[in-house]
Design a protein around this ligand. Structure first.
Ligand SMILES: [Zn+2]
Length: 463
């Protein structure tokens, strides 16, 4: 009797989902428990997990946690290493007390010609030096990400902290100021050093280098060209290899087409730096908690007789914070064909929805169809959520959020993707991003919305 009733409900559910909306009752889908969401966040953002820093002990605890949860939830492993997709990061490490770095013919000494944030950080040792006389080129996130940006200073430069912050937020590894005048050079390098050195006020993980315009190769290039890209290799005192992992599990679909959906989020955060622990409750324990609970809900659906056409792949990505490295690795070495991957649902910072009388704000960013469907479902069934598409257009989004989380490389490969995001806040990349500040009610609502959208796209007919 129960089974028949359920089957009947499914038919209603999917006939109305076909028009994504009207009178789909959310009650037909499993309810995601607030307590379970909170529990994951509390554990992942506890001091014991030390901010889940790539290459640190907290990362190991986190991947163990995910593996155990995947097993408990009945996800299937698909790799030789079970749930773990290993990748290697060649990382350079500039430690306190390391005061010289070189590239090409250049040598920089701290603090006279380079500055850095007060804590240890990692960056790529191979990068491109990017210069353009057209400032708008520097808005191009994929151009500057993971590279060193040349800023030619021929007049006094105001707003230094803002400039540095913007480049850091957009994924640059650092900037190289090239000064026309010696007096600017003297003044600026000290200013910069102070900005970065002040413990606790800077969250820049960033190199700032200074040189004169008269210094050889760079000035020659600056004189000759409006733009240039120069591959360089930084030589540092320490370079090491870090092994990181994406955590991948699957709920298999039965469809003849062997198609896939990916539900993902990054599990890493900034880690422990000195004595400070960056707990990262919103960024991104929130996204991982939603991933796990949506997996639980879909598993329940399967058990109750619901047929998944498409397989659903759950991925906790590693090393996002140091350059989207886990998702880049996956896209370069996909376990399931990208051409058969019909939609990617990425969550990064979904726990701090801001509320006003029109509801709690959720940004949706991504490919047209999946954004359209998810928006329609929200507007019909989650009226407490206020969908904001302001960041969906990279032409107008000065923050370039579309390319700043793990959906980026999928979108580059034309894999449809959506990024769910509740916006930045004053605790972003600070030690105060703690679980007490999570907006649980909205997190639960977002989970239910995601569940509906994933279930909609799990049907072979829905593209
Ligand atoms: Zn994040």
């Amino acid at each position: 009797m129960k089974t028949y009733l359920k089957l009947f409900c499914w038919i209603i559910l999917f006939s109305s989902y076909t028009a994504y909306g009207q009178d789909v009752s959310g009650t037909l889908l499993p309810t995601i428990a607030v307590d379970s969401l909170l529990n994951h966040i509390k554990i992942l953002s506890s001091d014991e997990f030390e901010g889940r820093g790539t290459g640190q002990q907290g990362e190991k605890l986190t991947t163990d946690y995910l593996v155990n949860k995947y097993k408990e939830l009945g996800l299937k492993p698909t790799l030789e290493n079970g749930f773990l997709q290993e990748f290697i990061i060649r990382s350079s490490y500039l430690d306190e007390g390391e005061e010289k770095l070189t590239f090409g013919n250049f040598s920089f000494h701290s603090p006279t010609s380079f500055a850095r944030s007060s804590f240890n950080y990692r960056f790529q040792s191979k990068l491109d030096l990017i210069y353009s006389s057209n400032q708008e080129d520097y808005q191009n996130k994929s151009l500057i990400r993971n590279n060193l940006i040349v800023i030619y200073v021929n007049d006094s430069l105001s707003n230094l902290p803002t400039i540095l912050q913007e480049f850091a937020d957009n994924g640059a590894q650092g900037v190289l100021f090239v000064y026309e005048k010696r007096k600017d050079y003297q003044k600026r390098k000290n200013d910069t050093y102070k900005i970065l050195k002040k413990d606790g006020t800077s969250n820049l993980r960033f190199l700032v280098l200074h040189t004169f315009a008269s210094a050889g190769i760079i000035s020659n290039r600056l004189m000759q060209k409006d733009k240039f890209t120069l591959p360089i290799k930084l030589k540092l005192l320490k370079t090491n290899l870090i092994i990181s992992n994406n955590v991948i599990g699957i709920l298999e679909g039965k469809g003849a087409d062997k198609e896939y959906l990916i539900v993902c989020g990054h599990y890493d955060h900034l880690g422990k730096i000195g004595r400070r622990i960056y707990n990262g409750a919103d960024d991104n324990a929130s996204g991982i908690s939603v991933l796990l609970e949506v997996a639980r809900a879909i598993q329940k659906l399967k058990e109750s007789g619901f047929q998944l056409d498409r397989s659903i792949v759950f991925i906790g990505f590693g090393a996002e914070e140091i350059g989207l490295l886990g998702s880049k690795h996956y896209v370069d070495h996909p376990i399931f064909p990208l051409a058969k991957t019909k939609a990617v649902f990425n969550m990064d910072m979904v726990g701090r929805a801001k509320k006003d009388k029109h509801g709690a704000e959720l940004y949706l960013i991504g490919s047209p169809k999946v954004v359209e469907v998810t928006t329609a479902i929200a507007q019909t069934h989650h009226k407490n959520l206020r969908i904001n598409l302001a960041y969906n257009n990279p032409e107008t989004d000065i923050h370039q959020f579309k390319s700043r989380s793990d959906q980026h490389y999928f979108l580059e490969k034309k894999v449809p993707a959506i990024f769910l995001f509740t916006g930045t806040h004053s605790d972003y990349h600070k030690t105060d991003d703690d679980w007490e500040k999570i907006n649980l009610e909205s997190l639960q609502e977002i989970s239910q919305l995601l569940l509906k959208s994933v279930v909609y796209f799990s049907k072979a007919a829905n593209n």
